[in-house]
Design a protein around this ligand. Structure first.
Ligand code: ME8
Length: 661
C-alpha cells in the first residue's frame, strides 16, 4: 500500500544575519512534526530554505565588497550548519536563487499578468529599507517610524506592478472564518477586521530601484518584489512550473505551513489569493506561532530579532546542554499563537525539572533498580496489583492524545501530555516503593511486575518523545533493552511489548542536573557579551562602518582541539595574481618542508610584490582545495580589520618551518 503524503514547510529565512533561537523555533517545530508523521508511516516532504533576494541583501553585499550571491552563500552555509547541528531532518532545501525557482517565478508572474491579475502602476509611500517594507501612515509607530524595527522610514515612489487582491476578498474571508485553515482561529477576526473589511489593497509585486531579484521576464527593468518570489517557493520546490522536481501532484496542497505572526498576513491573505488566481488548491493549514521574546532593559518583552541585535546563539546553548534539551525547551515553552519569553533561568529550570528530574530520573532509577535487584534481567514470574490497571491505561492512552496534539499543531500540549505520564510513572515508583519490595525475597515477583510496567512506560514515552528529541531517545532504548521494532508506532498504544525477560543496560546520565546559580551566572555573562557585540556590530553597520570585531564567539575548545591545527612560519618566495579573479593571489612558500603553493583571497589588499620576501604564519595541515582551478595547500593567517584584511607578518629572525603554538 502506498504511504499517504504529508507536506510541511517552514518559512524561507532571510540570510541577512546569523540564524538565532527565534529561527530555530519554527524549524524545530516543523522537524518534530515531520518526524512524528514519518513515525506514523506518512510519506513526508519537509521543506525549508532561504529567501535570498532583495535590497537589503544587495546593500549588505555591497558594503562588504562581495556580490549578493557570495554574501548569501556564506550565511546559507551557517543556516545549513545550524540545521545539521539541531538535527533537522528536512527533505528539501530551496534557495530562491536556485535556477529552477527563478525560472518558475518568472512563469508564475507572467501567468498572473496574462490572467489579468497583475497590472502596471506607481507605488508611493513610507518605506523602511532594513525591513524592505512600505507602510501606510496608520501603520507607522508612535514616532512615525517602522512598526517592525522602529527605525526611520523615508518617502519613496516608483513605477511598479501590482497584484489585484479584491477579486479574492470574499473567498479569503470565508477561508479564514469558516474553515480550519488558520490556527489559532482567534487570529482570523483580527485579519478580517484589519485587512479585508476596510477593502483589500492591491499588492506591489515589482521594483525598479534595485536589481538583486528575479527579473520580470517581459519588462526587465523590474524585479519581482518579495512575496511572489518568496511564497512561490512552497510550490516551485515541488516542481511547479519547472522540471527540477516532480512531486507537485503528490504533495500539493501542503498539510501545514508554519510561520510566526510577523508573516501571518502574507500567508493568510496574499498566498491564498495567489493560489486562487492560479487556480490551485489551497494549503490545508497555516499554523501561526508567536515570537520568542527577550526582556528589554526597560522590562518589556521584545521580539528576538537580528535587526534588534538581542539574539541568542543556539550553538552556545547546544554546547552546554545538548541540542535535544534546547529543542525540548523551546517547544515546551511556546503555546501556538502566543509569545514566549526566553531567559536563561526559565530554560535551566525547565531542563532540570522536566528532563533531569522528570524523564531522566525515571529512566535512571528504573534501570538502576532492575540492575540492582535482578542483575539487569527481569525474571518472568510476576504479581500484579489493582494499582497497575489504571497506570497501564494511562500509559496506553498517551499515544492517542499526542496524535491529536500533533494533528492540531499543538506541540507544547503534546509535550505536556507526555510529561504528565512521566510524572505519573515517577509517582508509581513512590506508590509501589520498589526499594522495599527489593529487600523481601517473597516480594520479588511484585517487584518484577513494577519494574516491567515502568520499562513499558519508558518505552512508550521515549518513543513519543523521539520526534522532539531524536538524539537522546535511541540511548534510552539501549538502556531499557528495547529494539527498533519495540518502538514502532503501531506498538505505542499497546502495553506489554518488551519481552518478559527484558535485559537493561545501565548507561550514561541522559540529562545531568544543572547547578542553577553557577550556570546562570556563567551563561548570562556569555550571552550578554555576545549580545552586546551583536548590537555594536549592528550599529557599526548602520553607520556604514566595518564592525570593530567579529562578534561570533565560537564554542570553547580544549588545548587538544587547538593542537590539531598546525601553524608554521613560512616565507613568500614568489607571488602572482590568479587569472580571472580580482580576489585571489597565488603564493609560493618556503615552509621548511620542501615548499608549497597557497591561494589566498587578499588581492584587494596586497600587490604580489608587497608580499615577496615576507614571513608569515601558515596553517600547514589544512586539507588541500582548488580555488578557481588552482591548487591551494594550506592557508595563511590574516586579520579582519576596519581597514580591510591584513596578513599577520612574522619577525624575520624566526626561522621558516618553526611551529607556532
Ligand atoms: O520573514 N521568534 O524571513 P525571516 C519566533 N523571508 N520565530 C522567529 C523569531 C522569533 N524571535 N524570529 C524569526 C521572512 N522567527 C521571509 C519569509 S516565507 C515565504 C518568507 C522565524 O528570516 C519565524 O518563523 O525574517 C518568522 O516567521 C521567520 O523566522 C521569518 O524569518
Amino acid at each position: 500500500m502506498s504511504k499517504k503524503p504529508f507536506y510541511i514547510t517552514t518559512p524561507i529565512y532571510y540570510p541577512s544575519g546569523d540564524p538565532h533561537i527565534g529561527h530555530c523555533y519554527t524549524t524545530v517545530a516543523c522537524d518534530s512534526i515531520a518526524r512524528y508523521k514519518r513515525m506514523q508511516g506518512y510519506d513526508v516532504m519537509f521543506l525549508t530554505g532561504t529567501d535570498e533576494h532583495g535590497l537589503k541583501i544587495e546593500q549588505k553585499a555591497a558594503e562588504q565588497g562581495v556580490t549578493p550571491k557570495e554574501y548569501v552563500d556564506v550565511i546559507v552555509d551557517k543556516f545549513k550548519n545550524l540545521w545539521k547541528y539541531m538535527n533537522i531532518s528536512y527533505d528539501r532545501y530551496i534557495r530562491t536563487t536556485d535556477d529552477y525557482h527563478v525560472e518558475a517565478v518568472q512563469k508564475i508572474f507572467k501567468e498572473l499578468y496574462d490572467r489579468g491579475y497583475i497590472y502596471k502602476g506607481e507605488y508611493s509611500g513610507k518605506y523602511c529599507t532594513p525591513c524592505e517594507s512600505f507602510w501606510t501612515d496608520s501603520q507607522l509607530d508612535e514616532n512615525g517610524c517602522c512598526p517592525e524595527c522602529h527605525r526611520p522610514v523615508k518617502f519613496a515612489k516608483e513605477e511598479a506592478y501590482f497584484f489585484k487582491m479584491s477579486p479574492f476578498a470574499e473567498r479569503i474571508e470565508k477561508l479564514l472564518m469558516d474553515t480550519d485553515y488558520l490556527r489559532p482561529k482567534t487570529r482570523a477576526v483580527e485579519l478580517v477586521n484589519n485587512f479585508i473589511k476596510p477593502g483589500l489593497e492591491d499588492l506591489c509585486v515589482s521594483r525598479t530601484s534595485f536589481t538583486w531579484g528575479v527579473p520580470v521576464s517581459f519588462d526587465e527593468k523590474h524585479v519581482v518584489y518579495v512575496w511572489i518570489d518568496a511564497l512561490s517557493n512552497y510550490i516551485t520546490a515541488l516542481g511547479y512550473e519547472n522540471s527540477a522536481h516532480s512531486d507537485f501532484e503528490k504533495y500539493w496542497p501542503a498539510d501545514v505551513h508554519m510561520v510566526a505572526k510577523d508573516i501571518m498576513r502574507f500567508h493568510a491573505i496574499i498566498w491564498p489569493a495567489m493560489l486562487m488566481a492560479l487556480d490551485l488548491p489551497l494549503p490545508k493549514h497555516l499554523a501561526v506561532h508567536g515570537y520568542i521574546t527577550m526582556q528589554s532593559k526597560g522590562g518589556e518583552s521584545v521580539k528576538m530579532s537580528k535587526s534588534l541585535g538581542n539574539v541568542v546563539d543556539p550553538f552556545v546553548l547546544g554546547e552546554r546542554y545538548g541540542c535535544d534539551s534546547i529543542r525540548y525547551h523551546i517547544l515546551r515553552e511556546m503555546a501556538l499563537g502566543a509569545d514566549s519569553l526566553f531567559s536563561n533561568e526559565i530554560m535551566i529550570n525547565r531542563i532540570n525539572s522536566d528532563l533531569a528530574n522528570g524523564f531522566g530520573n525515571l529512566v535512571s532509577r528504573t534501570v538502576a533498580m532492575a540492575d540492582k535487584y535482578f542483575g539487569g534481567t527481569l525474571p518472568t514470574e510476576r504479581e500484579s496489583d489493582s494499582l497497575d490497571d489504571e497506570f497501564k491505561a494511562t500509559v496506553s492512552e498517551l499515544c492517542g492524545e499526542v496524535d491529536k496534539c500533533i494533528d492540531e499543531t499543538k506541540l507544547k500540549q503534546a509535550l505536556e501530555e507526555i510529561s504528565k505520564v512521566v510524572d505519573r510513572a515517577n509517582k508509581y515508583i513512590d506508590e509501589t516503593e520498589p526499594w522495599k519490595l527489593g529487600k523481601d525475597e517473597a516480594k520479588k515477583a511484585r517487584l518484577a511486575a513494577v519494574l516491567y510496567n515502568l520499562l513499558e512506560a519508558i518505552r512508550i514515552t521515549s518513543a513519543l518523545l523521539a520526534p522532539f528529541m531524536p538524539t537522546t531517545m535511541p540511548k534510552v532504548w539501549e538502556q531499557i533493552g528495547a529494539t527498533e521494532a519495540d518502538v514502532e508506532y503501531e506498538k505505542l498504544s499497546r502495553f506489554g511489548v518488551l519481552p518478559e525477560n527484558v535485559s537493561v543496560h545501565k548507561g550514561e546520565i541522559l540529562f545531568p542536573r544543572i547547578d542553577v546559580d553557577k550556570e546562570i551566572e556563567e551563561l548570562n555573562a556569555i550571552l550578554t557579551k555576545n549580545m552586546e557585540a551583536a548590537k555594536a556590530k549592528l550599529s557599526a553597520e548602520e553607520k556604514g562602518e566595518a564592525p570593530a570585531e567579529e562578534i561570533h564567539l565560537a564554542p570553547e575548545i580544549t588545548i587538544d582541539d587547538f593542537a590539531k591545527v598546525e601553524i608554521r612560519v613560512a616565507k613568500v618566495v614568489a607571488c602572482e595574481k590568479v587569472k580571472k579573479s580580482d580576489k585571489l593571489l597565488c603564493l609560493q612558500l618556503d615552509d621548511g618542508m620542501g615548499g608549497r603553493q597557497v591561494v589566498s583571497g587578499i588581492a584587494q589588499y596586497y600587490e604580489p610584490e608587497d608580499l615577496i620576501g615576507k614571513k608569515l604564519q601558515l596553517i600547514a595541515n589544512l586539507k588541500p582545495v582548488k580555488l578557481r582551478g588552482v591548487d591551494s595547500n594550506g592557508m595563511i593567517c590574516a586579520a579582519d580589520t576596519p581597514d580591510g584584511v591584513k596578513v599577520i607578518f612574522v619577525d624575520d629572525s624566526i626561522p621558516v618551518g618553526s611551529k607556532v603554538r
